[in-house]
Design a protein around this ligand. Structure first.
Ligand SMILES: [Zn+2]
Length: 473
């Protein structure tokens, strides 16, 4: 394909991969997604300081901006001409299970319970040392390629091997993707052990533009496994000032029983502003009203909810009721392409199909749900989720011209209706370019792919060997 753009601009973008020099992106359209700022800034500028944060942005070329003037005089200053492209904050996934990345396409005819049986309970017991680490890295790099710069990794424990479990955390420290780690308790550990482990991780939470770890949370499982566990989980979260996330009201088949469990959250002290419910599809009026009044939140996962036939939450009603809503791409075994562009498009279309009316949520609204609003639910909006001065320079450079989508009439609509992650020309985290044209820089994707295929083959062999022999007659 012949590029119509001047080669100097390509050179500038190439140089912009360095985070050490201040970089001025100019000429592009900025979709900041900051609160109250729905209109795009046409032909704007965005200055990334050498500390990896956004130092200035606005309309025009920044010539008269004191921050730009100061930066220009420093050595190594870089210009990046992004004419014709759209800059928007990196997507934030409020609910994901990164290890599932190597189980795509599994149990295609299953709803949640059979899917869990076919994945977690069938293969989970056969994970070996290093599997969680390799699979988690596979998932993180996959999300990065698609433009998810921050993820909430809702970890899982299979068995009681703590070191093996912890690979999900340590693996993420080795990729550029920012993350909040949702810790699941090993039920065999006592409270003191649990708190000690959590505090050790909390000590590592020191957000900086060049560090991936943003925070810690708790994946509470007690609503499914017993009230005593739920009470412990909520108590520990509150003691350590951590957020909590729970899978709740996901499959349609058990919605009556699941709704009946609602009072247990109240009894455990689980209705508070740190609580987010993943999926939260089959609510009733009481549940919605009480969740909203408590300042709780939900994470909407359209791709996963479609794949597993879980259902479509009443997002417009939730927002009208004051419930905080974020979005997630979930694990790649239930949303098999972790493409946030597809996630917002499918979600918005599904709501419109049900309403038979296009007057509800608009493209800019779903983009904000999947960025700033999700960051707020995760408690990391100080650093990520919108293009604002002081935040980390985590953003996507989207090229509506590659693949070609025609002229841009409305930047947010072009992103949501007409673009996919194939249009992401670069992903920038902390001012450093980490993805270029779908390829993660400084990462050997072929080696990782080879490794995970061998690991999954070994898991399947161990699972088959452990299966009781079928009687021959
Ligand atoms: Zn999930």
């Amino acid at each position: 394909m012949i590029s119509l753009r001047p080669s100097l601009s390509a050179l500038a973008l190439c140089l912009a991969s360095s985070a050490s020099a201040a970089t001025l992106y100019h000429g592009g359209t900025l979709l900041t997604l900051a609160s109250g700022q729905d209109a795009p800034i046409e032909r704007g500028y965005l200055l990334v300081a050498d500390d990896g944060r956004i130092a200035a942005l606005g309309a025009g070329d920044g010539t008269n901006d004191p921050a730009v003037i100061a930066a220009r005089s420093a050595s190594g200053f870089v210009h990046a001409d992004v004419s014709g492209r759209i800059l928007l904050p990196g997507f934030v996934s409020g609910h994901s299970h990164l290890w599932q990345s190597v189980f795509r396409g599994i149990t295609p005819a299953a709803e949640l319970p059979a899917w869990l049986q076919g994945l977690h309970y069938t293969y989970g017991p056969h994970f070996a040392a290093g599997d969680f680490a390799a699979f988690t890295r596979h998932g993180a790099y996959d999300q990065l390629r698609h433009g998810v710069t921050t993820t909430y990794n809702h970890s899982h424990a299979f068995g009681r091997d703590f070191e093996r479990y912890r690979e999900q955390f340590t693996a993420e420290l080795t990729t550029p993707q920012r993350f909040v780690f949702a810790w699941v308790n090993d039920a065999s550990a006592d409270d003191a052990t649990w708190v000690t482990r959590l505090e050790a991780v909390m000590a590592q939470v020191q957000p900086r533009a060049d560090r991936p770890l943003l925070g810690l949370s708790i994946n509470a499982v007690g609503i499914h496994r017993g009230q005593a566990i739920l009470v412990r989980e909520i108590a520990v979260a509150k003691k350590l000032s951590l957020t909590v996330q729970v899978h709740y009201l996901e499959p349609s088949a058990s919605k009556v029983e699941d709704r009946a469990a609602w009072p247990r959250f109240k009894e455990a002290g689980g209705l508070f502003s740190g609580m987010s419910f993943a999926h939260f599809i089959h609510t009733d009026d009481t549940i919605l009203r009480e969740a909203a009044a408590a300042g709780a939140a939900m994470i909407w996962n359209p791709l996963s909810n479609g794949r597993l036939a879980s259902g479509l939450p009443q997002i417009e009603n939730y927002l009208a009721a004051g419930l905080r809503v974020g979005m997630g791409v979930d694990g790649q075994a239930s949303a098999d392409i972790s493409d946030p562009f597809e996630n917002v498009r499918l979600g918005l279309y599904a709501l419109r199909i049900r309403r038979e009316n296009a007057g509800g949520l608009q493209p800019v609204d779903v983009l904000r749900l999947h960025t700033l609003k999700t960051a707020e639910v995760l408690g990391v909006q100080r650093w990520v989720g919108s293009l604002e001065v002081g935040k980390f320079a985590d953003f996507l450079v989207v090229d509506p011209g590659e693949p070609g989508t025609g002229p841009v009439w409305d930047a947010a609509a072009t992103i949501v209706f007409a673009c996919s992650s194939r249009n992401v020309s670069s992903v920038v985290i902390g001012g450093k370019k980490v993805v270029e044209s779908g390829r993660v820089l400084d990462h050997d994707a072929v080696a990782l792919e080879t490794d995970v295929r061998a690991r999954v083959a070994a898991i399947r062999a161990r699972q088959a060997a452990a299966r009781p022999a079928t009687p021959s007659h």
